[in-house]
Design a protein around this ligand. Structure first.
Ligand SMILES: C[S@@+](CC[C@H](N)C(=O)[O-])C[C@H]1O[C@@H](n2cnc3c(N)ncnc32)[C@H](O)[C@@H]1O
Length: 193
């Protein structure tokens, strides 16, 4: 087990596993997972719905490869500059990655670019809490946290940027004092673009 998986175990048990189990199986067809990390999502895909899974991260993790029980094409690359042609995926999955990308809006626009019209975007992110006291604590800790947690930011609000970018949000929810936000967004079909 990777150190990341051990560190995340309490959060996985209390919050994340339930969300992953509910939304990752919705991925269908040609799927791209951005920032697959240690491959924690692989166990939740419905293999019968997968035509092909491409998994991209800025670094490759050997344990992720061991977790895949179906064929996965692994890529090293950046969410902000995806090495794929326009409209090539039916589904894009992103979980807990937008906190640490350098340019979140560019990454969101790349997701839109590589999705086919009508394609699905499945995401989970931690966000700045709505509670004012908690938000102040997150803002105050962010600089130090970001240094020790590989560039992770506690102050972002990806769920709002995803909506503004034009995704039609079909399902969404939150957990853990609304710090974890998840959603299933759809890229507009061609006729609405
Ligand atoms: C906190 S981990 C999340 C891993 C996994 N998706 C999960 O849900 O547990 C963040 C992952 O995003 C990757 N990452 C960070 N910046 C990235 C970028 N610009 N493009 C692609 N992957 C990135 C990191 O290497 C890391 O594997």
């Amino acid at each position: 087990m990777e150190i990341y998986d051990i560190f995340m175990l309490p959060l996985e048990k209390r919050i994340l596993a339930r969300i992953r189990k509910a939304i990752i199986p919705r991925a269908i067809g040609n799927i791209l997972e951005v920032g697959y990390g240690t491959g924690v999502n692989f166990q939740y895909y419905n293999s019968a719905s997968i035509k092909n899974l491409s998994a991209l991260d800025i670094q490759s993790t050997s344990s992720a490869k061991a977790k895949a029980t179906f064929p996965v094409d692994f890529f090293v690359g950046q969410a902000e500059n995806l090495p794929f042609t326009d409209e090539s995926f039916d589904t894009v999955v992103e979980t807990l990655v937008f906190c640490s990308v350098e340019d979140m809006d560019k990454a969101i626009s790349e997701v839109l670019r590589v999705l086919k019209p009508g394609g699905l975007f499945i995401f989970i992110d931690h966000v700045l809490p709505e509670n004012k006291e908690l938000a102040s604590l997150f803002r105050a800790s962010n600089t130090v946290w970001s240094k020790i947690a590989g560039g992770c930011n506690l102050t972002r609000e990806p769920h709002k940027h995803i909506r503004v970018a034009g995704f039609i949000i079909e399902q969404s929810g939150s957990s853990g004092h609304r710090i974890f936000r998840w959603g299933i967004g759809r890229k507009a079909p061609t006729s609405q673009l």
